[in-house]
Design a protein around this ligand. Sequence first.
Ligand code: PGA
Length: 261
Amino acid sequence: MLTWYNFAMTKFLILNWKMNPETLAGARVLFEKTKKSAQRARSVAVVVAPAQVHLASLASRFRGKSLSFAVQNMHAQPSGSYTGATSALQAHDAGATHAIIGHAERRALGETNEEVHDKVHAALDERLTPVVCVGERERDSEGAYVHEVCEQIASALADVPEKRFKDIIIAYEPVWAIGAPKAPAPNEVHQMIVLVRKAVADAFGIAASSAVRVLYGGAVHAENAEAIFAVPGLDGVLVGRASLDPILVDTLIKIASRAAK
Ligand code: PGA
């Protein structure tokens, strides 16, 4: 078991700060406010993904179980001459329990499905929960986007033993919704969550499909979070912009707590 929460009830709220806030002092302020809200949460796994350079400082001062930490990216190799990179072991040693892998903003810089696959295995080997991001770049009327997402899942998770799927989170994030004003409608999110679970079942079996956690990400805000958290089979959300506003974070945690009951 990699994590401390009760999977059956828990809703996930992954807060991807990306390259924010501008200073460590700013990150500490945002973290303290996020922590206060997380302490009041019920059955919500709040995971903060700060800038890598801020992670160790925030994690080393933190005591408690109200939240946990993720790295926003990691390298597949355990050590070596990889300027600017962070290994899974370094991430774990700095206090991370989760690793966001294959985020659209990394894929846009050239990260391939093969690299995502290697990172997933490296994370699992170092007791990090991989948060594997998948999602189509655009929707087309022929349905090629469905194949794009299924292919991302099949290749990212290839060779993962069935018993490890309980340690994996898939975040479905349509690229066109990330940073956009509007998320897809809840019924569209639902269709894609069903598709993600079917893709896992087809490639890795029913047990893997029911064990894996599936999140949605892309333009989640206070106004649409209630409806998105209510999507059947959805285990939570991954949030970018809204994670930088402590008032919105507090609202999202309250909504997640209600959804977890
Ligand atoms: P957003 O980002 O919430 O700002 O759309 C989501 C993401 O990048 O995962």
